[in-house]
Design a protein around this ligand. Structure first.
Ligand SMILES: Cc1cc2nc3c(=O)[nH]c(=O)nc-3n(C[C@H](O)[C@H](O)[C@H](O)COP(=O)(O)OP(=O)(O)OC[C@H]3O[C@@H](n4cnc5c(N)ncnc54)[C@H](O)[C@@H]3O)c2cc1C
Length: 369
């Protein structure tokens, strides 16, 4: 079977790895020669760690990542509202970890041919019942049995192949992310919840802290913010013990973005399938985008290896993973709604029911893929 994967982000690399482990030969193309370098940190709840273990990466993951034993939710004064024992909750699945995005990128490349990523782009894809014809920006045209769009939330593959254009929807928050030395001795995943903003820290190594900050902003005003926005005036009021880390933000490489979600009714058309953010981007409230992207790759490869036809494999892949992605979208919306409640109401809810809400929100994702 001739397979082309477009995009060497988390989804593309996970999918290639899963397919190669099943004996498929895959071509992987990427438009950005620096694709492996970008990004800050990622929290991987147990289902994401399980998916990486399923791809044979347990040892490497334990070496490159940092444990997340608990998640602590605080109010704007730094008072602890609820602490979730993640080791206990995810015990039957896999432990939670935190990792640099660039380390996860390297990890997914482990044992793969380092020259196997081709840096080129598609300009057109036509697909019928028997395959795909792909035109590239270097003038070449090639035939494939299957094209996999792993090219992120603004997927070119999706735009070229799916009849109805679907645009990502802004969910009302902008965010900043950076990594700094851990000068505030935060030892576990910790979030400070303000009225319209939050500040989150998690150690990604023994000495480094990954910081994520977000704030509600009307769509018309998002242009007022960027990676250069001074963060101290915006977040010092809720920083509590994270203040020393926030003070280092002016010296850090800061990533800025608008948070979006993308919902599609179908993830494949003829012989073209979508994986990762190209199919189901979600805001990071559940920390599931990378986790689901890795699961997608594993499940798609499993179905392609076992189903009687490509069509049936794609159908089964979507049936297995879409229910999980839809669940994540729903839980993200519920979390975002709760965060927007008046702080007194939200804090009371979290103090008395935060543990139960957390456990329920991840329930479906603990089930095997
Ligand atoms: C603020 C924030 C925090 C997050 N935190 C977490 C977290 O803690 N845990 C978690 O699990 N998830 C998290 N996520 C989600 C996660 O980062 C994404 O879901 C995940 O990286 C998606 O991977 P992807 O490979 O689908 O897309 P991408 O990472 O966008 O990769 C797509 C790749 O395709 C390439 N590409 C694009 N167009 C083309 C083209 N035309 N031709 C060739 N190549 C192309 C791009 O250069 C890129 O390399 C977070 C997301 C955000 C925004």
């Amino acid at each position: 079977m001739r397979i082309l994967i477009v995009g060497a982000g988390i989804a593309g690399l996970a999918t290639r790895r899963a397919l190669v482990r099943r004996g498929f030969t895959v071509k992987l193309i990427e438009r950005n020669p620096s694709a492996g370098l970008g990004g800050a940190g990622l929290f991987l709840p147990g289902n994401g760690v399980r998916a990486l273990c399923d791809l044979g990466l347990r040892e490497g993951l334990l070496r490159l990542s940092h444990p997340v034993n608990a998640q602590r939710f605080h109010d704007e004064t730094g008072r602890l509202l609820v602490e979730v024992d993640t080791n206990d909750y995810w015990r039957d699945v896999a432990p939670c970890r935190a990792i640099r995005r660039s380390d996860l990128w390297q990890l997914l490349n482990e044992d793969m041919d380092p020259d196997a990523i081709e840096f080129r782009q598609i300009v057109d894809v036509s697909t019928g019942g028997n395959g795909c014809r792909v035109n590239f920006n270097d003038g070449c045209a090639e035939e494939y049995d299957l094209v996999i769009g792993a090219d992120g939330v603004h997927s070119a593959v999706r735009g070229l192949v799916f009849p109805q254009p679907v645009d990502p929807q802004y969910v009302g928050n902008v965010c900043w992310r950076f990594i700094v030395p851990n000068t505030c001795d935060v030892d576990e995943w910790s979030v400070m919840l303000g009225a319209d903003r939050s500040l989150l820290a998690k150690p990604i190594s023994k000495t480094e802290l990954y910081i994520y900050a977000d704030m509600s902003v009307d769509q018309a005003r998002t242009g007022d913010y960027s990676h250069e926005t001074p963060l101290l005036p915006l977040f010092a009021g809720i920083a509590g013990p994270l203040l020393p880390a926030l003070q280092l933000s002016s010296e850090a490489v800061v990533h800025f973005g608008e948070l979006v979600r993308l919902r599609l009714d179908t993830w494949y058309r003829n012989r073209v399938a979508l994986v990762g953010d190209a199919a189901h981007a979600s805001p990071p409230s559940m920390a599931q985008g990378a986790c689901l992207a890795i699961e997608d790759g594993f499940v798609l490869a499993e179905e392609l290896a076992t189903a009687p036809s490509i069509e049936i494999a794609l159908h089964r892949y979507q049936a297995r993973q879409k229910v999980r992605a839809d669940w994540v979208h729903k839980q993200c919306a519920a979390r975002d709604t709760m965060r927007r409640l008046p702080p007194a109401v939200r804090n009371t809810l979290l103090r008395f029911a935060g543990g139960a809400i957390y456990r329920r929100s991840y329930g479906l994702l603990k089930k095997p893929v």
